[in-house]
Design a protein around this ligand. Structure first.
Ligand code: FES
Length: 93
C-alpha cells in the first residue's frame, strides 16, 4: 500500500507518524518535534486536523486530554530600513 503524505510542507508521510507513535512518542507535541509534521511554511494549517485525527485514533486517547498543535502565524522578515520608513509587508503605515 502506498504511503500517504500527511504534512506536505515537511514531506511527512503516514508511516512516519505511525512509527513515531510505536516508538513511544504519544503527544501531539512529541510527534511534531520527532517528525517535523506541522513545522512547515503553513505552520500546520493544512496538516493539523489530519494529525490530530491520526494521533487520537491510533493512540486511543480521547481528544480532550491532549493539547493540539499550536498554529503559528507565518512571519516574513523585513529590514530595519523598511521598518524605520514605516513599510510593513506590502503596505505603508
Ligand atoms: S502541511 Fe504540515 S506544516 Fe504545512
Amino acid at each position: 500500500m502506498a504511503d500517504c503524505v500527511i504534512c506536505r510542507c515537511e514531506e511527512v508521510v503516514l508511516s512516519d507518524i505511525v512509527q513515531a507513535l510505536e516508538d513511544g512518542y504519544s503527544t501531539h507535541r512529541e510527534i511534531k518535534l520527532k517528525t517535523r509534521a506541522g513545522m512547515g511554511i503553513c505552520q500546520g494549517r493544512t496538516c493539523r486536523p489530519l494529525l490530530d485525527q491520526i494521533i487520537t485514533s491510533i493512540s486511543n486517547e480521547a481528544m480532550p486530554k491532549r493539547v493540539g498543535l499550536v498554529q503559528n502565524v507565518p512571519i516574513r522578515p523585513i529590514t530595519l530600513g523598511d521598518l524605520a520608513k514605516g513599510k510593513v509587508g506590502d503596505h505603508e503605515s
